[in-house]
Ligand binder design. Sequence first.
Ligand code: HSE
Length: 428
Amino acid sequence: MTAPLRLGIAGLGTVGAGVVKIIRKKADLLSARSGRAIEISAVSARSKDKDRGVPLAGYAWEDDPVALAKRADVDVFVELMGGSDGPAKAATEAALAAGKDVVTANKALLAHHGQALALMAEEKGALIRFEAAVAGGIPVIKSLLEGLAGNDITRVMGVMNGTCNYILTRMQSAGLSYAEVFEEANQLGYLEADPNLDVGGIDAGHKLALLASLAFGTQVNFPGVELQGIGELTIEDIKAAADMGYRIKLLGVAQMTARGLEQRMSPCLVPDTSPLGQLEGGTNMVVLEGDQVQQVVLRGPGAGEGPTASAVMGDVMDLARGIRPAIFGQPASTLVAATPASSAAPAPYYLRFSLLDKPGALAKVATVLGEAGVSIDRMRQYGHADASAPVLIVTHKCARQELLAATRAMQGLDVVVGAPVALRIEDL
Ligand code: HSE
């Protein structure tokens, strides 16, 4: 039997404690499957005395994760602290400098420093594995690295922040406002310490940037992700979208186009009958499209102890078995620095606005849309008690610049009350 694989685990929060539990409970299964024992040599966390529901007495303790990462009895440094810089980065660099493999759940660290860390790892013959960083328990990175390696990936899409999906689906089902459901999510402990990571789309944007690198052979480029959060969505839009046969999702889309690499994380409409449209609550979904496979849909829990620890263990087991694909699918030195696309691929759009209910008002809007090159596909005007009528329009495919020109011109019309809301409808 091969020598045991010895782990050093930094960070004993929900996920870290979950990993320790799996290694303790499933020792026989893990060694039967990998051909070697998986052991924990040492652990590190902020507080030594906290009860984490799992015995730690058998493991060496390090206050300093950097010291943990450098230990001679650690083969794999498991980084579960989080944060794009600070101790997580310092300890990861220390592990790599010592030639040790790293398993991490840290999307922020890799979204900001993925390319530099991958180069550093490769120089030392070390690996960074990060299944748990994207979509929790869904094995999406393994799917891209291995199962779909024979495809040209054409598009990656996903709902990759469970908190946002919870908020949006709860608004829809209970008819509550964004502020009310945000508070509920807060009470339930669903929000990150900085809620803007969730509702601002940043957490999901980090994940999208990692998937784009794997999919398109490009260097991780988080600043190239166009980000728009869900904070401005209203219950009126959720209801109106539903009335037209759509659901609103915080949707990530990455695709390589002739205009460059498009990476968008923004609220989009998707058909309510599509797998993405039917995704409820905190669940995640990733849609991978390849020239050979066409479309693969992966659905599963995006966070939580069991699912995230499951993803960490998948990486640990690969290392134990000697499965060592390049960190981002090909050597980091061969990844290209893709130019971010200057504009998004054309799409249909949803437009909601209030219109003074008087003769010729709609004609003025139609003229402005037509002049901007935007064609109407469907339209609905609702009954109303006051002077202005709620109107919904679904456009045919148009360029975003055309749509923006149209909404700007609409705001100049004396019959349009307030600013129109425009949301992209993603082609599925
Ligand atoms: N806060 C994330 C979510 C999980 O709600 O999906 C961690 O990335």
